[in-house]
Structure formats: C-alpha cells, structure tokens
Design a protein around this ligand. Structure first.
Ligand SMILES: Nc1ncnc2c1ncn2[C@@H]1O[C@H](COP(=O)(O)OP(=O)(O)OP(=O)(O)O)[C@@H](O)[C@H]1O
Length: 757
C-alpha cells in the first residue's frame, strides 16, 4: 500500500467518524426536540395569564431554544454531505504536540471535551490555512498573538459524504482545488468559495472590521463574492454585537439581487437587507414618485452616442458632486433658520421658558438630533416645564386674589363697596384660574405651531426657485440655469432623476433622521464605482457608521458622468479607509482576459488591468454576419450545450438591439429570452451590457446589429464589461471586427470563424 493510500484510508476513517458523530448529534437533537416540544405543551397547558409572568417566560425560553436547535439541526444535516474541505496540522509554540484541525463551513465541537471536530472557516485559527504558508506562522485571536508551525495543509474532495481524494499543498503545488472549481460551469447564480479563498481575497475578508474598506478589484476578481464572505465573517466575529438585520447590501439592480441571493443562505447572511440605492432611499424618505433611472439615462446616452458633455449628463454629474453638497449645506442652513423661534413660552402673563433658552435648546443642547426630533424634544421640555410650573402659577394667582380679598374685607369700610369688591374679586379669581387652566391645556401646542412642518419634496423643490437657487450658487451660468429649470420642471410634475435621491436622503437626515428600522450598522456597496460622491456622503451621514465595505472597479465605470473617477475622493467621506486591491481574476480564461485587457489600453487614462489565474481556453472568436451566420450560431450553441455549458448570454450594446436579436428565429428557437430588471434569470438570456454588469455566464455572444461599439470612452467601458462576463467562451457576432473595436487593438488575439456547418 502506498503512502497516499494509507493516508487516504485513515482520512476515510476520520470522515466516517465525523459523520457518525454528526448522526449521533442529529438523533440526539431530534429526540431533544421532541422532549422540548412536550415540555412546551405542558407549560402551555399550565399557563395562567393571571399568574406571574414566570411561566410565560419559561415558555418563551423554550421556544427560542427550540428554534435554535432547529437551525443547528438543519446546519448539521446539510453539513453531512461535506463536513469539511481542508485540514491543517499546527504545532502551537507553547503546546507539547501538534494538533490536527479540520476546516469546514461551520464549527462542530465534541460535546464532552469541547475540542473542535470541525473548525469554522471564519475562526481565527483557520486564517492560518488561508494565509500562512507552511512553516512558521502566527495568528491573532481575542487580541492576542499566537505563534506556531504549520507542517501540513491538506485539501479534500468530498462529494455526497464520500472522500474521493485529497491533495497536500506546499510551496510548489498549484492550487488544484481552485483550478477544478474554476473549470466548473455557471449556474447563473453566485456560489460560496470558502474552500478556495485566495490569499489576497482572504486579506479583504479579514481586514479590520471596525474600519471602512475600499476594494479596487479587476473584473472577475471576486469582489462581489468576497464582499459577501466578509459579511459572513463579520457576523461570525461580531455575533454578540451585530444582527444580520442591521446590515445592508446595496446592489446595482434587482437582477443582481436575484443573482447573489442563492449564496446568501449558504453564508448565513440571508437576513441582511438587500436592495438598490434607489429603492432604499425611496423607501426611507417615503416618496414614490417615478424615478428616471441612471440606466435609462445611460441607455439614451449610448444610443445617441453622446459624450459626457451633454447638458443633462453634466447636470447629473454636478448633482452628485462635492460642489452640490456644499450648495445643499447652504440651503440646509437657511432651512434651519426657519426652526428658530425666539418668542418666550408663556402661560398668561407668566413666563414658563424664555425664547432665548428655547433657541439654545434647538441650536446647542439638541444639536446632535435632526431638526424635527429637536422640535419634538423641545415640545417635551415645554410640557414638563409647564406641568412643573402650572401648580405654582395657579397658587400664586389664587394667593394674589386672596390677598386682594383680605385687603377688601379688612380694609374697606363702606359695606356696599366692600361687598361689590369682594364679589368682583371672587368671580375674577375663578375666571382667571379657569382661564389659566384652559390656556395650560393648549399652551404647548399653540406655541409649537410656530415651528415649521416641512414636506421634504416641497422643500427640495423650493431650492430650485430662481431667487433661492441663485443665492446658493457661486457663479451663475447657462449650465446652472439648465440644471435649475430642468429639475424644477421634473419636480413640478412629481418626477425625480436618480441623482435627486442622494440630496433628498441628505436633507431627510437633517430634517427627520432615519427611522430605527432603517438604521443600518454595516453597509456593503457593490459596483461602487457607479456611485457619486454625494451618494456615498448621504449614506454615511444617514447611518452614522464607519462600517462600510465598498467594492468596485474603475475600469467598469460606465456611469462615469456621475460616478467616481478615483477612490481618493472617498477620503473626504470616510475616516482613514483601508484601501486594498484585488488584481487576480478568476472568472475567465487567459485568452479572453487578454483581449479585454488590450481593450483597456484604448482608454486615455491608466486603468487597472486584470491578471488571470492560469486557465486556458480557446481564443475569442469573431463570427461575421454573412448569410448563414444564424445556422453557425445555432450549431455552436448546441455543440457547447452538449459539451456541458449551461448558461448562455447574448449581450448587446443597447436594449433596442437586445429586442432586435430576439426577433431572429434561430435565437428564438434556442429559447433565448430577453432580460430586463424585473424578469427572472434563466439559462439562455439576451441582455444589454449594462444589465450584465456583475453577472457571469459560461458562454457569451456579443452581438451587434447596427449599433457598433465606437471608440469613445463610454463604449470602450461597456464593451469591456461585456467581454469580461464569460467563464469559458467568448464570441463576437457583427458585420466586421471593427464593430467590437478589434481593429484598433494592438495584436488582438482572436480568431475568425470561417466554417459554416
Ligand atoms: N477564490 C475563488 N475560488 C473559486 N472561485 C472564485 C474565487 N474567487 C472568485 N471566484 C469566482 O470568480 C467569479 C467572479 O467572481 P465575482 O463575480 O465575485 O467577481 P467580481 O470582481 O465581482 O466581478 P465583476 O466586477 O466582473 O462583476 C465567480 O464565478 C466566483 O465564484
């Protein structure tokens, strides 16, 4: 028996032991569940609501315990198919012997000894597997550093609970597990990659959780995947402090949310809120006006081949800028003044609180709160002051009349006059007291009427009135006037541009502040290059947290007229963000990435190119639209399908071209479906490039009908996005190679399809 076989045998035994232990636990849990259920029924029967809350409490405790057990049980059951994926042999310095740790998706401990049978991939020690090479390593746990020696790193291929093979990794072996995993096909859903996380990715996942992090990552470098794994790591590490519901994942569109949704339960982060910036802001500010989305603007721009200088694009760009934030700040100062009330708060002729002290409450004491919250707090102060002083005032008033009465009774000699005076004073006293009591009932609400009740949209609209707007801008120009009148026109008809959402959220934060349910403690932003400065700023201001994970790729910044041009501008939004890069790309083959990288050289600026991991495939192929090309296309799809390719996409430059492609009978007969933001993703799709951003397919056909890509910045980026979508094969169907700018490239590596079969 070879050494490998011997090891394989003992590894099989270990796997058997682990599975046995799991089965044992599952049985225990299941019978435990039954016992718990019976106990709960018993408690329910005994339950007497007049009784102390003790029994009720007991019942709740049991039911939450039951739920926990159920979750654990599910986890355990799922885990049996693949309890772990790797092992490390680690000798900690201060220990006598080396220890063997098996690493899996979730940890499992021996109930008696509390020793780990499986170590969670997110645990501190597991970091040694992802990061440390063989030999001397260290890891940090609970603020302490531990040193030791890793003598073995082993990867397992386990399927349906059976160990197929294992591989030991040393400095020279390539990561074969990664190669295998990359060679697989896309199920049109993102997957978890815990067993093959790479060193540079691990650094992103485990980067300081208390700091904002910005990740520039090439196309296919795993940004989305890694961001989701970071949340999972975050939830594990900070489980006592944060709940998944307090996390927000901002995705570029609804399609993308569908795309990532499957990986979320796997990573245990499915309870995190997943939405788009636009949907989130509309929900928070409770404004459901139709929004002209940035996709619509982009589509229009691409179709008309407009450059960034078109006035509506400049206006959109300006509305996301720092300059516009400053303008908003000036306006918000004006709005703030409307809340300054200087009048004293009186009850009759008695001063309850001076105007100056109320103003101080608004401007100083409550300055950390939004304006409306400050007003509410002032109201409560006035109510309590009034309550406190009312009795005193009434007594003072009564005793004033009593004094007068005394004076009249004992000081007035004329009987008739005295009688008249006394009766006058008694009636007066009663009237005054009654009147004061009546006033006291409404004094606060009457006083509070002086504070404005602003409607967010009306306030925003008022900002674009000519006089106000002019007073806010530094320099008047045609461009500014265009922005002002265009925005006003839209707002008057109850419509918004997507660029209005960030200013609205920003103003809302000053005015009302986020509701507790919308307050997020950790925010993940994907495709972050498409966010404007103000979008980041407004989110940061709204959440008041530094826990942002921001991932994006400047080379894919197709919303450049409004998005970020460099990550540096975020230094003004976040305090000392951690900046990391992901350069290796895992999605596609060397051949496809090579072509895409060449395309980037056409850009005027230096954009980060991607470095593919070693995986070869055929050259990208150009198919000329000569008569009969449809049959070629038909044959290729069928052939690749037979070879095991699952997801196919026809990617066009515009939505219009997607619709045109769908009219071609061969495309229809192969069941390709046009995709928009609302449709379900399938295996064969036709979609414009901007919607394909972030997604991936086994095979991509770039298709140009009569809108070829031209050599402008936007087209180059859109084409780059499209070219970086396939995992295995890239085809380009057009009138000529120039439709895809191939004639502009230096030594473009592609082949032309000549055979018609
Ligand atoms: N370490 C890894 N092991 C296995 N597969 C990986 C690894 N890292 C990334 N991948 C795979 O590479 C592909 C690209 O990942 P992902 O979509 O997260 O990249 P991205 O940087 O967000 O891409 P893009 O910006 O182009 O949309 C996915 O199929 C993902 O599963």
């Amino acid at each position: 028996m070879s050494m490998y076989d011997e090891n394989l045998q003992s590894e099989k035994e270990r796997l058997m032991f682990t599975k046995e232990y799991m089965n044992h636990l599952i049985t225990l849990q299941e019978s435990g569940q039954q016992a718990l259920k019976e106990k709960q029924e018993d408690t329910l029967q005994k339950l007497d609501f007049k009784d102390s809350s003790l029994r009720y409490q007991e019942m709740l405790t049991h039911s939450s315990f039951m739920k926990l057990s159920k979750d654990q049980l599910e986890n355990l059951k799922n885990l049996r198919k693949k309890p772990y994926f790797a092992r490390i042999d680690f000798h900690r310095k201060e220990k006598h012997d080396k220890e063997i740790f098996y690493i899996g998706k979730v940890s499992l401990f021996d109930r008696e000894t509390q020793l780990p049978i499986i170590l969670d991939w997110r645990s501190p020690l597991a970091n040694v597997y992802y990061e440390g090479r063989l030999g001397e390593v260290s890891y940090e746990a609970h603020g302490e550093e531990y040193e030791g020696n890793v003598s073995l790193k082993r990867q397992y291929q386990i399927e349906e609970g059976e160990l197929l093979e294992f591989r030991d990794i040393d400095l020279t072996t390539k990561d074969e597990l990664l190669q295998d995993s990359l060679a697989q096909n896309a199920e049109h859903r993102l997957t978890e990659i815990v067993s093959t996380i790479q060193e540079e990715q691990n650094r992103v996942i485990r980067a300081d959780l208390r700091k904002p992090i910005i990740v520039q990552g090439a196309a296919g470098s795993g940004k989305t995947t890694i961001a989701l794994h970071r949340i999972s790591y975050f939830l594990y590490t900070m489980r006592d402090i944060f709940k998944p519901e307090e996390m927000l994942i901002l995705a570029p569109n609804r399609l993308f949310i569908q795309y990532i949704s499957e990986v979320l339960p796997e990573l245990g982060v499915n309870k995190a809120k997943q939405t788009t910036f636009s949907d989130f802001v509309q929900e928070v500010i409770e404004v459901d006006w139709p929004v002209v989305s940035q996709h619509d603007v982009l589509m229009d721009t691409i179709e008309k081949t407009e450059d960034g200088g078109a006035p509506h694009l400049l206006a959109a760009g300006f509305k996301g800028s720092k300059a516009f934030k400053q303008l908003l700040d000036r306006y918000i100062q004006i709005v703030k003044q409307t809340y300054i009330v200087e009048e004293d708060f009186m009850l009759g002729e008695f001063k309850i609180k001076s105007g100056a002290s109320i103003k101080r409450l608004f401007l100083k004491d409550f300055q950390l709160f939004p304006y409306e919250v400050r007003v509410e707090k002032i109201k409560r102060v006035l109510q309590s002051e009034l309550r406190r002083k009312k009795k005193m005032i009434l007594e003072k008033m009564a005793s004033k009349y009593d004094d007068e009465l005394d004076k009249a009774l004992f000081g007035m000699k004329d009987k008739a006059k005295r009688k008249k005076r006394v009766s006058f004073l008694i009636t007066r006293k009663e009237e005054r007291l009654k009147d004061l009591k009546k006033q006291a009932r409404t004094a606060v609400s009457r006083y509070m009427k002086q504070f404005p009740k602003h409607k967010l949209t009306a306030l925003y609209q008022a900002m674009f009135e000519e006089k106000t707007f002019r007073s806010l801008i530094e320099e008047d120009s045609e461009q500014m006037e265009y922005l002002r009148s265009m925005t006003r026109r839209y707002l008057q008809t109850k419509r918004l541009h997507s660029e209005d959402l960030a200013p609205l959220l920003y103003m809302y934060t000053f005015l009302k502040g986020l509701h507790a349910d919308d307050q997020m403690k950790k925010v993940v932003i994907d495709e972050a290059q498409d966010y404007s400065f103000l979008e980041f700023y407004s989110l940061k201001k709204a959440f008041q947290t530094d826990l942002f994970t921001i991932v994006g790729d400047l080379a894919q910044g197709i919303y450049r007229y409004r998005g970020l041009r460099s990550w540096d501008s975020l230094n003004e939004v976040f305090k000392q963000p951690n900046y990391l890069t992901l350069q290796k790309t895992y999605r596609t083959t060397i051949e496809i990435m090579d072509l895409a990288n060449r395309l980037l050289t056409l850009m005027p600026e230096d954009l980060p190119t991607a470095e593919p991991v070693v995986r070869h495939g055929p050259l990208p192929t150009f198919i000329k639209k000569k008569p009969g090309w449809q049959q070629t296309f038909f044959n290729i799809v069928n052939q690749l399908s037979d070879e095991g390719m699952k997801s196919f996409a026809i990617v066009t430059k515009t939505m219009k071209e997607s619709a045109e492609a769908h009219c071609i009978s061969e495309i229809r007969s192969l069941d390709f479906k046009p995709l928009n933001e609302e449709t379900e993703m399938g295996e064969r799709m036709i979609l414009p490039a901007y919607l394909a951003k972030g997604l991936e397919f086994d095979v991509v056909f770039l298709y140009s009908e009569n809108q070829p890509f031209t050599r402008n910045e936007l087209d180059i980026k859109v084409l780059y996005v499209a070219m970086t979508r396939p995992l295995h094969r890239l085809y380009m169907i057009g009138k000529g190679p120039e439709d895809f700018l191939l004639n502009h490239l230096d030594q473009p590596c592609y082949q032309e399809h000549t055979l018609f079969t």
